[in-house]
Design a protein around this ligand. Structure first.
Ligand SMILES: *Cc1c(COP(=O)(O)O)cnc(C)c1O
Length: 387
């Protein structure tokens, strides 16, 4: 089966992990801070807090900006459940902003209109979490302007987007947001097996996230409530979790990061090759931004023409039978049973649902060869003929 996504692990990666295994520290040593420094150098964000997943980082980020019970978070319905769940884990309410069918990102006109209506009703969100679908940045400058106007915090779910660029800066620079979060799950652009990281330019938010990553415990005498009785004293000043990344994960991340630009270049090359090979078929590839923006190209998604959407399942199964690991990203979050139980219903976000009905994700990862890709295209052509 040609998978839709797959990690690329080199001998250098393996050596880096083994070196850590032979060292004094396999957790809480020098490599996690090194990975954080490397991510800071890459993105330009002043502070980086590495964690054991993007889900943890999104949760810690929401808590760091003060999201809590009684609060409200808005995100996209076309995302992995973790984006919305970050709000729910804080005890906050969650709502969604329907997508722009061209980019699959949060629709800026809908966001602006929804904010205006929310202000009239006296309930603007505390946090807006844009999701850079497929590594294509949302219009962050416009979101930043709305954030100043309406007074909400911005946490980017940049899980798909490390290595991408927005207005000539790396995604994750946080020029227009409070925090941006990357995922290092194996299907993402670079991997640490499980892992994630939060970027921010705010020393205060970074400090809060470091505290929340480690049980809310501080060993910094300055941050304690009293004068410590001895050098062994730590104080728990908050309620936190264990969201720490291991040294092995960080070593893998440092090693992977050296190939990030090459990965993104190859992903873009493959995406352009798909565009050319698929033209003329009854489907629309999702648009990518033009320079100076650059998509990290985490996903290559096609939308079947409206008349064919009813046959999506047949096309999907036919491609799977042909050994092509197609997938679907994503089931609209508001239609999940958990969110339906909170009052959401099909029909609430029509663009998201229309997109979902005809969406198929084709394999895209740096190890995909041109020949693999030709097999994917041939299987898709056959599947389309069969319907
Ligand atoms: C993968 C992903 C996450 C969760 O990442 P983990 O590192 O697996 O926790 C969150 N949001 C989006 C959009 C994702 O794609």
């Amino acid at each position: 089966m040609i998978p839709y996504g797959r990690q690329d692990i080199t001998e250098d990666d393996i050596a880096a992990v083994i070196e850590v295994l032979r060292s004094d520290f396999i957790t809480q040593g020098p490599v996690v801070p090194r990975f954080e420094a490397d991510l800071s150098a890459y993105t330009g964000a002043g502070h980086v807090v590495a964690m054991n997943s993007a889900t943890s980082a999104l949760h810690a980020a929401c808590r760091a900006v003060g999201l809590a019970s009684g609060g409200l978070l808005w995100t996209s319905p076309i995302t992995y459940v973790a984006s919305a769940n970050a709000g729910r884990l804080c005890g906050a309410e969650v709502d969604f902003v329907d997508i722009d069918p061209d980019t699959l990102n949060m629709d800026m006109l809908i966001l602006a209109a929804k904010l205006e209506a929310a202000r009239e009703q006296g309930r603007v969100p505390d946090v807006v979490m844009p999701v850079h679908f497929g590594g294509h940045s949302c219009d962050m400058r416009a979101i930043g302007e709305l954030a100043s106007e309406y007074g909400f915090r911005v946490i980017e779910d940049a899980s798909h987007a490390i290595g991408g660029r927005y207005r000539n800066k790396p995604i994750g620079a946080c020029e227009f947001s409070d925090i941006a979060v990357f995922s290092f799950h194996p299907v993402k652009i670079i991997t640490t097996a499980e892992g994630g990281a939060a970027m921010t330019n705010s020393p205060r938010l970074a400090e809060r996230m470091r505290l929340l990553r480690n049980h809310g415990i501080t060993r910094d005498a300055e941050a304690m409530t009293g004068t410590p009785d001895g050098p062994w004293v730590y104080e728990q000043v908050e309620l936190g979790c264990n969201y720490r990344m291991t040294e092995m994960q960080a070593a893998l991340g440092c090693s992977q990061l050296t190939r990030l630009d090459a990965y993104v270049a190859r992903r873009n090359e493959l995406a352009e090759r798909y565009d050319r090979r698929l033209s003329g078929l009854p489907l629309t590839p999702v648009a990518r931004p033009g320079l100076p923006d650059l998509a990290a190209c985490h996903l290559y998604v096609i939308r079947l023409e409206a008349g064919l959407a009813a046959r999506r399942r047949q096309i999907y199964e036919s491609m799977r039978e042909a050994g092509v690991g197609v997938n679907v990203h994503y089931i609209p979050v508001h239609t999940q049973p958990y969110y339906r139980a909170l009052g959401f219903a099909p029909g609430d976000f029509p663009e998201a649902e229309r997109y979902y009905a005809g969406a198929i994700t084709l394999p895209l990862h740096p190890g995909l060869t041109d020949a693999d890709q030709d097999r994917v295209v041939a299987a898709l052509e056959r599947a389309l003929e069969g319907v």
